[in-house]
Design a protein around this ligand. Structure first.
Ligand SMILES: [Cu+2]
Length: 262
């Protein structure tokens, strides 16, 4: 009986049975974020039910009736004030003891560039431009003067470091099981770089570059979404997020390199 119960509880806590409609999580860091989201769901459900009961109680207790006139005096009783203070303290605890450690761990675990795939993601209305440094691991020079329809990141192909650089549009390809560092920026307005299955979401802001990282543990075809309303074409700002085996990634890289020389 006890075993059955503990198994049932385990199933409840299991990712598949406990996802609140969240997409699957293929990242190494996502479980901590999901835990935070589910904790908040419980807390909000508790608040919703609690305040609902309190509202109904007040409607009945302080209603206008024979021998009693409803008034707006705040001095009925002090319980709500203390409850409200308790909730503020609890929310501060959520921030300090739950949210902050998740964020801080991502900072301290930031991977070494030498062991990671480093890519630049440049958002624009309404596409994701992905810039890979190529075999040399160095990004070629870029300039805003060179940006046009065929060169979305303004790469200077004359530059020695740029010769092997790969640029894709709306397609982020990464190898599974390897840290990926994304240097995120935007050309025009604020966009939101969102990889739902990798639990990555960060604003892309013109004039700023943000370093992010994630690591995947499952191959598959997923999506990049824009999480900020960035203009009339926001809805179509959707890219492919392809997680490949190391061999398939190498093959993709070779194909892209071949396309450069053709
Ligand atoms: Cu956008």
């Amino acid at each position: 009986m006890m075993e059955q119960l503990s198994n049932a509880w385990k199933n409840v806590l299991d990712r598949k049975g406990f996802d609140y409609g969240l997409p699957i999580d293929i990242s190494t860091h996502g479980a901590a974020i999901d835990r935070l989201i589910t904790t908040l769901h419980y807390f909000m459900a508790l608040l919703f039910i609690g305040w609902g009961i309190y509202l109904v109680y007040c409607l009945v207790r302080f209603r206008d009736r024979e021998g009693h006139q409803a008034d707006v005096s705040e001095k009925h009783f002090g319980v709500p004030k203390y409850l409200e203070m308790g909730i503020v303290i609890f929310e501060a605890c959520l921030l300090v003891f739950f949210s902050y450690p998740v964020w801080a761990k991502l900072k301290t675990d930031f991977p070494d560039r030498a062991n990671s795939l480093v890519v630049r993601v440049v958002a624009e209305q309404f596409a994701w431009n992905i810039h890979y440094p190529g075999r040399d691991g160095k990004f070629g020079k870029t300039s805003i003067d060179l940006i046009d329809g065929t060169n979305p990141v303004g790469l200077d192909r004359e530059d020695a470091d740029a010769k092997d650089d790969i640029v894709t549009i709306n397609q982020l390809v990464v190898p599974v099981g390897k840290p990926v560092i994304v240097e995120l920026s935007a050309k025009d307005v604020i966009h939101g770089f969102f990889l739902p299955v990798a639990r990555v979401k960060h604003d892309a802001i013109p004039g700023m570059t943000f370093p992010l990282w994630f690591e995947t543990k499952e191959v598959g075809e997923f999506q990049i979404a824009c999480a900020q309303l960035c203009g009339v074409g926001h809805y179509k700002m959707m890219g492919q997020f392809l997680v490949k085996t190391p061999e398939d990634f190498e093959q993709w890289h070779l194909d892209e390199e071949k396309a450069l020389t053709e």
